[in-house]
Ligand binder design. Structure first.
Ligand code: NAP
Length: 303
């Protein structure tokens, strides 16, 4: 099936374009972006023009930042095309509920992706935790925003989510593998004096799980989840790509290379089955952190 990619920025070029090029299911047939281009692919700056010019394009994958994404998403669904959304699926929960309803009315697929759930150790972690009781745990998600999000001022604007942009990846794994729903009980948000969104956050969940999210990490980068249970210890590292049980490696290897091919394979499967997949649990936890969180103003941040 032909697909269009919208928002040709870092993640589109780093992951989506190579995943589509290698996919047996999809052909990248157009792009939508004001500045970004993919060599050899017809480029558009207006989504309605792109959809009108290409009735053969059955699906559109949106890689825009969350705030400008809703209008484009509505245009895709109004045109009766299948819709795939980068994480987080929108700027607000209500937006995504509205898109879900539109997709159902139009009889098309909507897939709110969580790429970290496709990491190599995640499915095995979920299987291992089933039937066990989690007694505590710690998420450590610390990365250098200057390296991974160079010049992306939108990430620190209202709706950009700040450190929750990567932090929601940890929450997407947590909500997928825990045998019972995660519930946030407290949060502290560090917001730079010149910005609207947090550069660091500390979270507490019911049941003794904590999270330490930080965008200011220099040196080695950390994307780890450690959980204790009544039947042993689980550790997911490298963003969910390496699973260890009681300190012994069980599954996985480094890198996120397989996550995006797996997302596009799942999208193809959803379309083939006439199904949709929208799980807002990670985004609910972020919204709750903004609702409950105590704010501290910290040093200004510039790229
Ligand atoms: P990015 O490099 O800033 O790219 C987003 C693109 O969207 C921009 O290049 C821009 O292209 C377009 N755009 C349209 N309206 C915009 C606006 N109002 N403000 C800024 N850009 C706008 O961002 P990204 O890192 O690719 O992230 C995009 C989405 O992917 C986010 O939801 C993010 O959470 C997710 N994601 C990112 C990563 C990562 O490592 N960076 C990993 C996984 C997922 P034009 O100027 O050409 O229109």
């Amino acid at each position: 099936m032909k697909i269009a990619l919208a928002g040709i920025g870092k993640i589109a070029l780093d992951q989506h374009v190579p995943a589509l090029a290698a996919s047996p299911d999809w052909t990248l047939a157009a792009t939508l972006s004001r500045h970004g281009r993919v060599e050899g692919v017809p480029a558009f700056a207006d989504i309605d023009a792109m959809l009108a010019a290409h009735p053969d394009i059955g699906a559109v994958s949106l890689c825009l930042p969350p705030v400008p994404r809703f209008d484009a998403a509505q245009a895709v669904l109004r045109a009766g095309r299948h819709l795939m959304l980068e994480k987080p699926p929108g700027a607000t929960l209500a937006e995504v509920h509205a898109l879900q309803a539109m997709a159902a009315d139009a009889g098309v697929t909507i897939f709110a992706t969580w790429h970290s759930r496709m990491a190599l150790g995640v499915a095995a972690a979920r299987d291992w935790l089933a039937g066990r009781r989690v007694t505590g745990g710690r998420i450590t998600w610390r990365e250098d925003v200057r390296h991974w999000h160079p010049g992306q001022d939108w990430i620190f604007e209202a709706g950009g989510m700040g450190v929750f942009d990567p932090g929601i990846n940890a929450l997407s794994i947590l909500t997928h593998i825990l045998p019972t729903p995660a519930r946030l009980t407290a949060a502290e948000l560090d917001i730079p004096a010149n910005r609207q969104a947090p550069i660091a956050a500390r979270l507490d969940f019911a049941g003794g799980i904590t999270a330490d999210l930080d965008f200011r990490q220099q040196g080695p980068q950390t994307w780890d989840i450690a959980l204790e249970t009544d039947g042993g210890r689980l550790a997911l590292s490298q963003g969910g790509n390496l699973l260890e049980i009681d300190d012994r490696p069980v599954q996985g290897r480094g890198g996120i290379a397989g996550e995006y091919p797996a997302l596009y394979a799942r999208m193809a499967d959803l379309v083939a089955r006439g199904a949709s997949d929208v799980d807002l649990a990670p985004m609910v936890l972020v919204a709750d952190a903004f609702t409950l969180g105590r704010r501290a103003t910290v040093a200004s941040f510039d790229f």
